[in-house]
Design a protein around this ligand. Sequence first.
Ligand SMILES: *Cc1c(COP(=O)(O)O)cnc(C)c1O
Length: 403
Amino acid sequence: MLDGEQLSYIVSQSCRHYQFSQAIRQRAWVEIDHEALAHNVRELKKLLAPQTELMAVVKADAYGHGVIKVAETVLKNGAIWLAIATLGEGVELRDAGITAPILVLGATNTREEIEAIAHWNLQPTLCTIEQAQLFSETMAKLRQTLPVHLKIDTGMSRLGTRWENAINFVKTVDQAHNLEIASIYSHFAMADEADPSFTYLQHERFKTTLNAIQEQNIPLPKLHIANSAGILLGQEFHYDFVRAGLAIYGAYPAPHLENKVELKPVMQVKARITQIKTLPADTGVSYGHRFVTSDETTIAVIGIGYADGVPRKLSNNLKVLLNGEFAPQIGSITMDQIMLDISHIPDTKAGDVVTLIGGEEGDRQITVDHWANQLDTISWEIMCGFKHRLPRINLNEPRQPNP
Ligand SMILES: *Cc1c(COP(=O)(O)O)cnc(C)c1O
């Protein structure tokens, strides 16, 4: 029998998903291990230079992990700042009562956005002189002063003023009314590559820019340049803040950086067997019959598909864990379901849980890196690819401190 909470959860699942996710594990879900998350933050903090604070990057719903709970855990375990990409992501955090300082990494260019930033007590990234002027005018009208963060492009060629032109930009913002330079920062393009030479070049450009700023008698504000890979490369890149994304979620930016710290995966993706049946030899499976049984085969149908974030490109090339064994997925991955060959795993029943990402540390573990390697992409994309149709189940959440 379902109790009232479970029933209302099932009903709510059809319209709004993960806000109601704490009740039960049904068809398929993502488990978020807050103890692992806290461990990763604490381990990363141990690597930091003495003056360095940790800014947790929680953009894109905390890389798919569920931003509000993640923010609470990282802030309780030593992160001081949060960073997000869009204004909406910042508002979501404030709306949930999070009061930590929040840096908006993405660009904000209109008066409406500037007013919202001020209203929600967010801190913007400024990238151009024109943008700074609009911010200054808008803040003057509001009769408020806004802390702003200046982005210097040292070689990523994304947001920011290029380092050769940085002095004019910094001087303009320094003299602008109603703006206060809270930090100057840059972003690495190749810190996860085996060859560190471009990272050193970017760092040299950053230092040259900082020297030039000091020569103009502009005092240096807080400084930051390191992403996860930059953190693992060494303390020379740590400055006042580091912006840690991927690593707090327990994945490594590159194999050669794995020996620097011991991280624990935070995310597991699981789903249930919804039906089991035996097929005769020569039977096609799933759309297009891209798999045909060669012998009598016992298959399991699983309630998860590409609409949940299991890429269809993995069809016939995916393994999951079932009762401690690997089971191959067979046939095309469909929108809501996949099929497994479970002939070699006896005593399996409908309702059993399979693990798509996760498992025991060691040989019986599937990581986001495995999927990323198979798909010729990066773990960042796999992590944030799991859709909101999968409820996030939070495990080992930190307790409220005693009043
Ligand atoms: C996403 C992002 C980060 C975090 O990068 P990770 O490699 O995930 O640690 C840091 N800084 C900026 C500007 C970003 O956009």
